[in-house]
Design a protein around this ligand. Structure first.
Ligand code: SF4
Ligand code: SF4
Ligand code: FES
Length: 238
């Protein structure tokens, strides 16, 4: 195993050659904001919230999908990065219907936490207010497309951890949305085992337990992490 040495925010750090900048930073106790990333799931680099500056490159890079390199100089905090991150969050709020005060996940939402952490007190872009549906066909769970930020965490956890592959993405650009089964109501998707992993993986109030009312929907990340660690380490194989 080869080790790479780099600096992050002027701190000298050693990391495994296959580590990403995000892994190396977290190992060193340096926090980088993320939204689409979940430890143990495949990397897609979709949300761009983890953008960092790398010495010698004018382009910002996503820390979750960029591998460390020897001598790399990384900065995770700068005015430029802060302003990009805030803009990305504002765009997400402007694009869907994220009215926190009437959301099941109010107070338990990663998007809301990110907005607070980045001082987003207003949105500078025009709200799109698209007309989006709510699917309450599943016996236990509900899906509100209005709250979806297309992070695909549900798609990946259901495919890669549960092995059910109930979720997928359909449409492009403005029309992109998550679908269940063969683009049918979730309750009719026979592949769904009702395991609840997607419910716990969703960062917002898009997937929730039926019957939850405003602020009641809590995500059990600890349960999800436990299952993923057990799968990676094959803890159930004797
Ligand atoms: S409940 Fe489980 S099987 Fe059903 S869609 Fe969610 S992750 Fe997939
Ligand atoms: S439903 Fe939730 S987990 Fe799935 S893509 Fe949308 S926001 Fe992400
Ligand atoms: S967390 Fe890196 S791109 Fe989303």
């Amino acid at each position: 195993m080869s080790v790479k040495t780099l600096t992050i925010n002027d701190q000298l750090i050693s990391a495994h050659e296959n580590a990403t900048i995000l892994d190396a930073a977290r190992e060193a106790g340096i926090e980088i904001p993320t939204l689409c990333h979940v430890e143990g799931l495949s990397l897609i680099g979709a949300c761009r919230l983890c953008l960092v500056e790398i010495g010698g490159s004018p382009k910002l890079q996503a820390a979750c999908v960029t591998q460390v390199a020897e001598g790399m100089v990384v900065h995770t905090q700068s005015e430029r990065l802060q302003s990009y991150r805030r803009m990305i969050i504002e765009l997400l709020f402007a694009e869907g219907n994220h009215v926190c005060s009437v959301c099941v996940s109010n107070g338990h939402c990663e998007l809301q936490d990110l907005a607070i952490a980045h001082g987003m007190d207003h949105v500078r872009f025009e709200y799109q207010y698209p007309e989006r549906s709510v699917d309450l066909s599943h016996e236990n769970f509900g899906l509100d497309h209005n709250r979806c930020v297309l992070c695909t965490r549900c798609v990946r956890v259901c495919d890669e951890i549960e092995g059910a592959h109930t979720w997928d993405l359909a449409g492009r650009g403005h029309n992109a949305h998550v679908i269940t089964g063969m683009n049918q109501p979730w309750g009719d998707a026979q592949s769904c085992t009702s395991c609840g992993k997607c419910v716990n993986a969703c960062p917002t109030g898009a997937i929730f337990y039926r019957g939850s009312t405003v602020g009641e929907m809590e995500h059990d990340r600890a349960q999800l992490e436990f299952i993923m660690t057990a799968q990676q380490k094959r803890q159930w194989v004797r």
